[in-house]
Design a protein. Sequence first.
Length: 211
Amino acid sequence: MKTKEGDFIEIDFVARTKQDNKIFDLTNEKVARENNLHHKDHDYSPITICLGKNDVLPGLDKQLINKELGEYKIEVNAEDGFGKRNTNLIKLVSTNIFLQQNIKPMPGLHVNLDEIYGVIMSVSGGRTIVDFNHPLSGKDLVYDVEIKRIVIDINEKIKAILNLVKKDTKFELKDDKLVVNLSLNNKQEKELTEEIKKRIEEIKEIEFKKT
């Protein structure tokens, strides 16, 4: 059986940058330990995604469609990954902005300005140059992926969607009605309701219980 758009599939993967073969993401605990990348708080387990919904990078998402179960090496170009580098996202920022927040700017420091993340490239006098491009922008990627199974169980599908919002969210399915224990504003509830109904046609009604 081949995968198709709209299928929920369980995958294991190791993701590397093509140029230097550096791992930047993975679900495989053994590989994490072998490469001194293991973190005790990280959840090393297969993930469940819905194909065609960009739960993963677009370039990976589309290449997982029409595949048999098994292992694959998938290459994702920069444009379909984290995007090309944009010189317009390299900004000159007054050093005083950092000093007022008790931050001493220095090259390589990761910073957050108005919820936009960047990396300081250089500091000269009162001028600080910050690169707001994603650290992996402009880089081609390679994924070693194993498609382990196509997920059929509706509860597993619901859990996979809710994990995108908040991990281990409690829920209950009663016939075609889903009750979710999650505190969201009205806009968020509407968007999540539409997304769940679009991905799982069996669900006709959704109720949110504030936690």
